[in-house]
Design a protein around this ligand. Structure first.
Ligand code: G
Ligand code: G
Ligand code: MN
Ligand code: NA
Length: 253
């Protein structure tokens, strides 16, 4: 069978699952958010990374049902954490451009919220910078509707695409996620420049800024010193299964 057939089968057989990576305030260390990250464990027990199958799911259209499932599952997880009294402010969910362009995308989001009882303000949709530019007019109307609904919007992998600054200024975006490529180079002499620029840009525009790929203490310190609000990365916490995440949360208390 082809990889595509395997992927469809995996989805049907519930071999796909989510892991959750924590996000924290870089100044206080406070637990602020989570990002849901999809994983696929194949029949041989091998973990297949999303970069190897998301494009396939997009191409085959499976991303529509897969994306809806991710949304619901992540919202349910957030509600469970809230009921346990250990939830952060928000749950971030990655949205594919194919999903985002669907006519019923807003309905799908509303339905996930309704079915799970999660308040919109606790859901943050992560949209990559390339999406914002590939369909600017659609992006604008969609964002307005999502804003009306009350969900948060983050621009993922920020700095790697080609955002127009005028768009950033007028669109109802809540957060910029500094791509980990810019965090990775931060401990070299000229390394922090881009991360600093994005942080300042975000602040000027009244947006929250979070850095991805915080892998070492020096990353955290440098980012905190430049005023970057939040961080996410292996040094803080890896993507975790629910039970490991709960231990992670409890250990920090
Ligand atoms: O978790 P990892 O670093 O391997 O993720 C690799 C890429 O896959 C990232 O760009 C991430 O945004 C994307 N990704 C992870 N989970 C999802 C998901 O549920 N939906 C979509 N569309 N992309 C995801
Ligand atoms: O594109 P997106 O931001 O959604 O991608 C998130 C991806 O980054 C996930 O695949 C996650 O596993 C990965 N990731 C999270 N923290 C780190 C980190 O500190 N270093 C590296 N190299 N990858 C990370
Ligand atoms: Mn992301
Ligand atoms: Na990213």
């Amino acid at each position: 069978a082809t990889l595509m057939q395997h992927l469809h089968k995996a989805f049907d057989a519930e071999r796909l699952f989510l892991m959750y990576q924590p996000q924290i305030d870089l100044e206080t260390g406070k637990f602020t958010g989570l990002e849901a990250l999809i994983r696929w464990r194949n029949d041989d027990g091998v973990l297949i990374p999303p970069n190897d199958f998301i494009p396939l799911a997009e191409y085959s259209g499976l991303i529509i049902s897969l994306g809806a499932w991710v949304l619901r599952t992540a919202c349910f997880m957030m509600v469970r954490l809230q009921k346990a009294g250990i939830a952060p402010q928000r749950m971030g969910v990655n949205v594919s451009v194919v999903q985002f362009r669907q006519d019923d995308f807003i309905d799908i989001v509303e339905q996930a919220l309704r079915d799970t009882g999660l308040l919109p303000a606790h859901l943050e949709l992560e949209i990559t910078e390339s999406v914002t530019m590939s369909s600017a007019a659609l992006f604008e109307t969609r964002l307005a509707k999502l804003k009306e609904l009350g969900v948060k919007i983050a621009i993922d992998d920020f700095g790697t695409g080609f955002s127009s600054l005028s768009y950033l200024d007028k669109l109802p975006v809540d957060r910029l996620k500094i791509d980990r490529a810019f965090v990775n180079q931060i401990d070299t002499p000229e390394g922090p420049r881009i991360a600093e620029l994005i942080t300042q840009l975000g602040k000027k525009l009244g947006l929250q800024v979070i850095a991805e790929g915080v892998e070492h203490e020096i990353h955290w310190k440098t980012l905190a010193a430049m005023g970057c609000h939040e961080g996410q990365g292996f040094y803080i916490g890896r993507p975790m299964l629910e039970e490991n995440l709960i231990s992670w949360i409890n250990l920090r208390k």
